[in-house]
Write a protein that binds this ligand. Sequence first.
Ligand SMILES: Cc1cc2nc3c(=O)[nH]c(=O)nc-3n(C[C@H](O)[C@H](O)[C@H](O)COP(=O)(O)O)c2cc1C
Length: 225
Amino acid sequence: MSADFSAEAREAVYTAIARRRDVRHFRPGVELPAEVLERILGAAHLAPSVGYSQPWDFVLVRDRARRARIRQSFLRCREIEAERFSAERREKYLSLRLEGIEESSLNLCVTVDLRPTKEAILGTTVQPEALRWSACCAVQNLWLAARVEGVGVGWVSIVEPRVLRDELGLPPGVEPIAYLCVGYPVAFGARPLLEENGWRSRRPLASAVHDECYRAPLKQGDETP
Ligand SMILES: Cc1cc2nc3c(=O)[nH]c(=O)nc-3n(C[C@H](O)[C@H](O)[C@H](O)COP(=O)(O)O)c2cc1C
């Protein structure tokens, strides 16, 4: 029993985790106050990072024309991705709402800095990917802090990294990790949208927990037609 956190504070953390949602429907025209954005970014910046590298940066994207061009990339990628599904699933896929690039208050790209440093970064010799994972930790902090502020975040991976590099002026070696839509949501769903829409269901926790050695269960989705 930890004395550091009251039962109420502990409960609040678990509640935030359970109620965090990927948000794709935003209330258009409702802006995010600067101090709220500052708090959310502050939480992201407290994330753990390999060797304390803090390899993330946050590119705030507000420009309408830039967002429209990035959404064009989304539409292209969605077409290509749709081809990977059976006819029936493709129709369903194309009916899903998978981004809120233009309606959200702002877009925010979390990047990772992979450029060589003078001194090696502790912890990256045999796992250089640890830098990317560190930036993902920042994303999750941001996502949870946003949730408790009543702010929605939606992650868009259906977009070409090349387009993000060009549009955001990322120098060689700085890579986009997460392209996020941020703003006040129409609602926070009780369940993931992809679950509500019958696209996929949640795995039971027990299927993800292994004793000592990995036993190979069916890969999730293999049972899907
Ligand atoms: C790395 C990553 C990429 C994602 N990319 C997309 C995306 O392109 N479009 C989308 O609608 N959701 C995207 N999501 C959100 C997931 O669909 C969502 O997290 C999942 O369905 C569970 O829902 P929940 O976040 O509301 O719990 C992404 C999530 C992660 C972690």
